[in-house]
Design a protein around this ligand. Structure first.
Ligand code: FAD
Length: 285
């Protein structure tokens, strides 16, 4: 707080209270489109030329980060670890309303499992000053482990708050947060200190479409690339060498054989009765 007092007949006192604001990092992964045909070819997983998109769960994380910024002030910084193509995912986050974006990309990162990915993400987050909150999607639709947020939180030494369906309160000045976690049994309210790491579920919000202004900003914004050296990780700590998991064999599921049979009858009641008999015979009901 700054005070300025003028002397003389009148005395004026000006108080400038420094508003607390939030620095929010949102981690996004570029994944194949949900409609992509994922196949195993020559022992490798491939989705051919299918379009790449922002992992659908991560759109909810970006939206929530922007809403928090709109409410409390501060900025949203999007980070993605991946190949050059992941720049497009970052552009979408900027077009939605993120302020800055960084791509963590380096040939030595190829083959990273969650152990290595979280190491690199935590190092990248550590490069940014004064981070209050890191948002993740619940899971990536390709890797599907749902572990990256927790592993990154562990490496940062910050509280992990997973399956968050609502940020009930956040007090940047008091450095506290209260969230509702969506569990199978119901909702659980959890409070934590900031900084914290959150993974969000789709119930948290409705992601906005990128605005025209946002798309223009994204097309002009330079997205810096951080190499492994830039974030301070050595080749042996990431990629296949820094991973704990190996994929010794990948095989496609055997094709399912399905038989289609039309149930016919003179009336809807007869069709329903025949269908019920067949389901009972197959022990489905
Ligand atoms: C041996 C091995 C080799 C692999 N090789 C490769 C490879 O060469 N290339 C490759 O792309 N994947 C590779 N993978 C998969 C990759 O390691 C995982 O996709 C990654 O660790 C994240 O795990 P996940 O996809 O299960 O994400 P989840 O844990 O399900 O994702 C949760 C959230 O974490 C965030 N997140 C996840 N990944 C990223 C990311 N990269 N950048 C920013 N945020 C992220 C998102 O917010 C996401 O919603 C490999 C895995 C193994 C085990």
């Amino acid at each position: 707080m700054l005070n300025a007092v003028a002397t003389g007949q009148a005395a004026f006192s000006f108080s400038f209270i420094e508003e607390a604001h939030l620095n929010i990092v949102v981690c996004i992964k570029q994944t194949p489109d949900t409609a992509a045909k994922v196949e195993v070819k020559d022992g490798h997983v491939t989705w051919g030329d299918s379009p790449l998109v922002v992992n659908p769960w991560d759109e909810f994380a970006v939206e929530e980060a922007i809403r928090l910024k709109e409410k409390h002030g501060g900025k949203v910084i999007a980070i993605s670890l991946g190949p050059e193509t992941a720049r497009e995912a970052l552009k979408q986050a900027v077009a939605m309303g993120s302020d800055e974006a960084y791509l963590v990309s380096d040939p030595v990162l190829k083959g990273s499992d969650v152990l290595a990915t979280s190491r690199a993400l935590a190092k990248a987050i550590g490069k940014i000053d004064g981070v209050d909150l890191v948002l993740f999607g619940k899971q990536a639709i390709d890797g599907d482990t749902g572990q990256t947020a927790i592993a990154t939180a562990r490496r940062l030494g910050w509280s992990p708050l997973t399956y968050v369906a609502k940020i009930a309160e956040i007090d940047p000045a008091a450095r506290t947060i209260k969230v509702e976690r969506l569990l199978e049994e119901g909702r659980q309210t959890v409070t934590s200190k900031l900084p914290a790491v959150i993974s969000v579920v789709k119930e948290i919000n409705e992601p906005r479409y990128p605005s025209f202004m946002g798309i223009r900003k994204a097309s002009k914004l330079a997205i810096p690339i951080w190499s492994a050296a830039d974030i301070g990780v050595e080749a042996g700590q990431v990629g296949l060498a820094g991973s704990g998991v190996a994929w010794p064999e990948i095989m496609p599921l055997p094709a399912r054989e399905a038989v289609c049979e039309f149930v016919e009858g003179a009336s809807p009641a007869e069709v329903a009765a025949k269908l019920a008999d067949k389901l009972a015979a197959e022990k489905v009901v």
